[in-house]
Design a protein. Structure first.
Length: 419
């Protein structure tokens, strides 16, 4: 057996174990009910922060949804952080009842803006926790109540459920909804239901003031949520997943906008791997920290995907044993039929998922369900863009939001039965 064949066998086995790890958690997520937080009588104070840069088209509806919370009005404040705005964002937000924080400092990302606000208000503000939303969000009326229950159970960082407010606008927005259904259930819920730390989705996040005051929020990368995840894992702080705390997000409509956003996520993920990867892996073994190991495995996901693709190409070119050997033993007609059947089965399953979770009809779901395999493989060109200079050229820029909807439009959306 040649060295190339041995390498292919070893790498294929490693890729298989890595994939099985996530499959196991997926099964766990399917088999467990969502955590039911005990009702907390005490009403904690929340400071809501909404960073916004030229969001006049959507900021009014976001603030309105926050004003309609089923939560005592004296127990939360709504603050819109106007970050170098040149439009009417501040005027509209103030008109709808929000307090305004003007940021004119030299900041270049959402994380930097939040870090600056946390620093300025550290000693001046009295609150129990901060809640962070994006300006294009709509917030379910029960969101703060559900987060209050989580806080009452002792959780100091929590992620709500992120769903789309415009999932039917294009096949891209439908694919985003499927992507976050997977993240909500197979990453966040699957870990939290067995007592492990969940992930953060970038919006709809609760962070207690004591966590912020301990400077665990760094805000130095374009993915401040992944950065915080790593720091919390290293500090032994678990992230709760609050399924009933729903945030409606505006998803991109075009492949070009999606590529821009996914490159931002990829760049931030690689930056977090560079900064935290070694320490996470060290703590995973020295302190037997599952959270540190889990975050490390997540940060290397795209590298594993590219290595897996490279291994299969190498096996196919050299004839080394791998999946290619198994496929070569199957007649081409059988392979084509099997691929068609699997594709059809996956499409039907995704249509069912969208109906179950979001009440979408088959006609509404079908374009996104058909294109979802393509959407999930978009990480390949994103990886290549990053590898061939994308990271050096990348600079954060806001994504324009224009989908103006009311929270009443979301009245029956995102409220599936607990599984």
């Amino acid at each position: 057996m040649t060295g190339v064949e041995i390498l292919c066998i070893i790498l294929t086995a490693i890729m298989g174990v890595y994939g099985a790890y996530y499959v196991v958690f997926g099964i766990i997520g399917l088999l467990h009910r969502y955590h039911n937080f005990a009702h907390c009588e005490k009403k904690h104070h929340f400071t809501v922060l909404v960073p916004a840069r030229n969001e006049e088209a959507v900021i009014g509806e976001c603030v309105d949804s926050l004003k309609k919370q089923h939560y005592p009005k004296n127990c939360y404040t709504i603050n819109v952080i106007c970050d170098h705005c040149t439009d009417r964002t501040a005027e509209i937000a103030r008109k709808h009842g929000a307090q305004i924080i003007i940021n004119e400092a030299d900041t270049h990302s959402k994380g930097e803006v939040l870090r600056r606000v946390f620093h300025l208000t550290k000693k001046r503000i009295r609150t129990d926790a901060y809640i962070i939303f994006d300006a294009d969000n709509l917030v379910d009326p029960d969101y703060l109540s559900r987060m209050n229950d989580a806080y009452g159970e002792g959780y100091r960082v929590a992620q709500g459920r992120r769903v789309g407010k415009n999932i039917g606008d294009s096949w891209v927005s439908t694919c985003y909804e499927l992507f976050f259904i997977i993240q909500n259930n197979f990453l966040n819920h699957a870990r939290f239901c067995v007592g492990k730390s969940s992930y953060l989705n970038g919006t709809g996040v609760m962070i207690s003031k004591d966590i912020v005051d301990r400077d665990l929020f760094l805000g130095r990368s374009v993915t401040e949520d992944m950065e915080l995840e790593a720091n919390l894992a290293l500090s032994g702080v678990n992230i709760a997943y609050v399924h009933e705390a729903v945030t409606y997000d505006e998803y991109p409509l075009t492949a070009g906008t999606a590529l821009k956003q996914l490159l931002r996520w990829y760049t931030g993920q690689m930056e977090c791997l560079r900064r935290f990867g070694g320490t996470l892996l060290k703590n995973a073994f020295q302190k037997k920290s599952f959270a540190c190991l889990d975050k490390f495995l997540f940060f290397i996901m795209q590298i594993v995907s590219m290595v897996s693709l490279g291994v299969q190409i190498l096996c196919a070119v050299t004839g080394a044993p791998g999946i290619n050997v198994i496929l070569a033993a199957i007649p081409a007609a059988v392979l084509a039929l099997a691929a068609a059947v699997i594709y059809l089965a996956v499409t039907l399953a995704l249509v069912f998922v969208l109906r179950h979770f979001r009440g979408q009809t088959a006609a509404q779901s079908l374009p996104g369900a058909l294109m979802f395999p393509v959407f999930m493989n978009v990480w390949i060109p994103v990886s290549l863009m990053w590898m061939f200079g994308g990271a050096k050229k990348y600079r954060w820029e806001p994504i324009r939001h224009v989908r103006s909807l009311n929270i009443e439009d979301m009245q029956h959306a995102g409220r599936e039965e607990s599984a």
